[in-house]
Design a binder for this molecule. Structure first.
Ligand code: FNR
Length: 374
């Protein structure tokens, strides 16, 4: 029996289990966190209209055709850097669960497990997310590695021209390498289960990037290498070059304005993720659900759109689809599910979403998720 009742519950459980600096790194957003809250408010305030007397007995279908193939449901796992701070081994747990559930898992550039390993764990359902960092050689090599590992979908993240200013991280003194302060030691001592697990597995590492550091490089120089993975140099010319280099599907993540979405269409991008990086970059950014509606209007009904940010239930998934998305991604809920419940939390989270989505479909008279009218 699943122990998962809601993502609010697992967030609370994870909060108790994890050291504060690690929980805050995942949970927090930029600035006053008004933007972070705005994502959630938009979903809370959107209303679904129930429909009655439609026969919705039996199996309801959530399977979705997206980017040229079939998925079991219209949701997937967003790319998360440094996910190992939630629980050791989490990247592979999430990849395995997504492969089993028939939904996409997106491996991140700053993942704590190598992209090659994650592709092996999810050989048909994984995407690779690319940060265009300051070194073009590293960018080129990451693209080559993703190709060689067998990835068919590249997600280029466009919304990190600078690292976001996250006040919780600054207040907690969270930086890599971890600075051993009395506050940190106390934080770790108060969360022994997490601390023992991380001690046993070793602190999370930037597994994709280590090879670009000089042999024997200190954690400090690795951290500065990581800092250079967000750069402001990505522009439409560079995106066009990446498009030429990448033979598979290309997704552009972190678009909020209709003008940018139209530029993406012109640049032969296969899909756009309407995203504000989970409220972690620009506090004043619009709620993604609201941007989604404007972007959908601009690009027309056919262009593939994904949305993420603040989606926390099957009902939210349905709301996103009604507002114009073809597909949705979620980040924090999966991290907290594993932090709270261990490896099984990954599959339980996906299963709960599936059940909630079909329940919401039944309440709104939908037999098939593809019949959603926008
Ligand atoms: C992220 N996100 C992110 N995005 C990306 O393109 N590459 C990355 O490495 C990361 N890393 C990352 C770490 C953490 C801790 C979080 C919470 C988020 C953003 C992520 O892919 C996604 O856009 C948001 O998480 C979606 O919002 P929700 O579902 O977390 O509200």
């Amino acid at each position: 029996m699943s122990r998962l009742v809601s993502f609010d519950d697992v967030r609370e459980k994870a909060r108790r289990k994890m050291p504060r600096f690690a929980f805050d790194f995942i949970d927090g957003g930029a600035g006053t966190e008004t933007g972070l809250a705005r994502n959630r408010t938009a979903f809370r305030e959107r209303i679904l209209e129930p429909r009655a007397l439609i026969n919705v007995d039996g199996e309801l279908s959530t399977s979705t055709r997206f980017l040229g193939r079939e998925w079991a449901a219209p949701f997937g796992i967003a790319p998360i850097g440094l996910a190992g701070l939630a629980w050791p081994g989490i990247d592979a747990f999430l990849a395995r669960a997504a492969e089993g559930a028939g939904v996409p898992y997106c491996a991140s550039t700053p993942a704590t497990t190598q992209l090659e390993t994650l592709r092996q764990v999810a050989p048909t359902n994984s995407w690779f997310q690319l940060y265009v960092g300051s070194s073009q050689d590293i960018v080129d090599d990451l693209i080559e590695r993703a190709k060689n590992a067998g990835y068919d979908t590249l997600v280029v993240t466009a919304d990190v021209p600078r690292p976001g200013k996250r006040r919780r991280d600054i207040r907690n003194g969270f930086a890599l390498p971890l600075r051993i302060t009395p506050k940190l030691v106390w934080d770790l001592a108060c969360h022994p289960q997490w601390s023992m697990a991380v001690l046993k597995a070793g602190l999370p590492r930037f597994a994709n990037l280590e090879r670009y550091a000089k042999p024997g490089a200190s954690t400090t120089s690795l951290a500065s290498l990581m800092a250079k993975q967000s750069s402001g140099r990505l522009d439409w010319d560079l995106l066009a070059k990446i498009r030429k280099k990448w033979p598979g599907k290309l997704i552009l993540k972190g678009i909020l304005s209709p003008e940018d979405a139209l530029m993406a269409v012109d640049h032969d991008v296969d899909a756009v993720v309407v995203s504000n990086h989970g409220g972690r970059q620009l506090d004043g950014a619009p709620a993604t659900l609201h941007s989604l509606e404007r972007v959908r209007q601009a690009v027309g009904s056919q262009f593939p759109l994904i949305v993420d940010g603040g989606i926390r239930s099957g009902e939210d998934v349905l709301k996103a689809l009604q507002a114009g998305a073809d597909f949705v991604l979620m980040g924090r809920p999966f991290l907290f599910s594993v932090a709270a419940l261990g490896e099984a939390g990954a599959s339980e989270a996906l299963a709960m979403l599936q059940t909630e989505l079909t329940n919401a479909m039944a309440q709104t008279g939908l037999r098939d998720v593809v019949d959603i009218s926008r």
